[in-house]
Design a protein around this ligand. Structure first.
Ligand SMILES: Nc1nc2c(ncn2[C@@H]2O[C@H](COP(=O)(O)OP(=O)(O)OP(=O)(O)O)[C@@H](O)[C@H]2O)c(=O)[nH]1
Length: 314
């Protein structure tokens, strides 16, 4: 699929993060609890190294609570990482974030030195809503379309805590194609960046296998159809997503399915687990190695051709 979605201000934001890296005492990465792996930015992983990091699994109201716990335990295996899991309806988000910042940078929290916390997150993950909650007033612009926040700003949280906010950041090329699909399902990638039926088929395939009962219940199936396309077609017929002549309108039913997932009509369903991610990462690494080997073989063949050409000339 090769989703490419990379507005210019995101490139600028990444440059800015690199520039202010040394001032930052603690990273706060806001993640979507439905896709805690795919909503991480690998570039940030690379930049932050072992600096204290708070990973916030946000929008827990939309995610499977058991899987959220699994993710927290998995992420906290890294000694510099602590996690929080919550959603916009919770009123104690400010206290939770402030107290964890202080815990993670105790040497500065106990003095009058200013703690700089950099808050990052891919578009639409709920970063601005969280900042507004933490401040108790509206400062950051929010909206249900990716890439609303466009400029970096510094916000005083307490006398000695400054929050640095950056525009939403997404990596330029999603190496793991599956992550691209999952980002698209949850709304982390603009809708124009993908074909709806592709995304809906991916979602159907995963959800039929991971949450079969929820799908059966929502669409009133005794037995699930065998394939993702059959599932979409069945839903299309049940919901009247038809073209003239009675054919299922795949585009229409795909939109309906994705919207029903996003609006929780199917339940609180998480799209990835730590085990799944370990496996996918292995696959991505194997693909990378295979690509590398192919490139090397091509270069060697080119070299051999050149040296043959030289010999023939002589
Ligand atoms: N269900 C649910 N929705 C949330 C939550 N937090 C934020 N949202 C919604 O998610 C959408 C995006 O929220 P924003 O706060 O604008 O996201 P952002 O990360 O600042 O987005 P950018 O400006 O693109 O970087 C909005 O429609 C919010 O109302 C949450 O905890 N649960």
């Amino acid at each position: 699929m090769g989703i490419q979605w990379y507005p210019g201000h995101m490139h600028k934001a990444q440059k800015e993060v690199r520039e202010i890296f040394n001032q930052v005492d603690v990273f706060i990465e806001v993640l979507d609890a439905r896709i805690p792996f795919s909503s991480q930015n690998p570039l940030i992983e690379e930049i932050r190294k072992d600096k204290p990091t708070i990973k916030i699994l946000n929008k827990t109201d939309l995610a499977d609570p058991q899987t959220t716990e699994q993710w927290q335990a998995y992420m906290e295996q890294e000694s510099s990482v602590k996690t929080l899991a919550f959603n916009a309806q919770q009123s104690d988000r400010r206290e939770q974030v402030l107290s964890l910042i202080k815990k993670m940078v105790p040497q500065k929290a106990e003095t009058i030195k200013t703690i700089h916390a950099l808050i990052i997150g891919i578009p639409n993950v709920g970063k601005s809503t969280l900042i507004n909650n933490i401040l108790g007033r509206t400062i950051a612009k929010t909206g249900n379309e990716p890439a609303v926040t466009k400029r970096q700003q510094r916000i005083k949280l307490e006398e000695n805590i400054i929050l640095i906010d950056t525009p939403g950041m997404l990596w330029p090329n999603i190496e793991n194609e599956n992550s691209g699909y999952r980002l698209a399902i949850t709304g982390g990638i603009k809708e124009t960046a993908f074909e709806l039926p592709d995304i809906a088929s991916y979602a159907c395939e995963f959800l039929m296998q991971a949450y079969p009962e929820q799908i059966k219940q929502r669409y009133e199936f005794n037995e699930l159809p065998h394939t993702d396309i059959e599932l979409l077609e069945e839903i299309g017929r049940k919901r009247g997503c038809l073209r003239s002549g009675g054919m299922v309108d795949l585009e229409k039913v795909s939109r309906l399915f994705i919207m029903e997932y996003r609006d929780r009509y199917l339940g609180d369903l998480t799209l990835e687990t730590p085990d799944m991610m370990e496996e996918e990462l292995k696959q991505v690494e194997l693909q990378r190695q295979a690509k590398e080997a192919k490139k090397k073989a091509r270069e060697e063949a080119k070299k051999a051709r050149r040296s043959r050409h030289k010999k023939n000339k002589r």
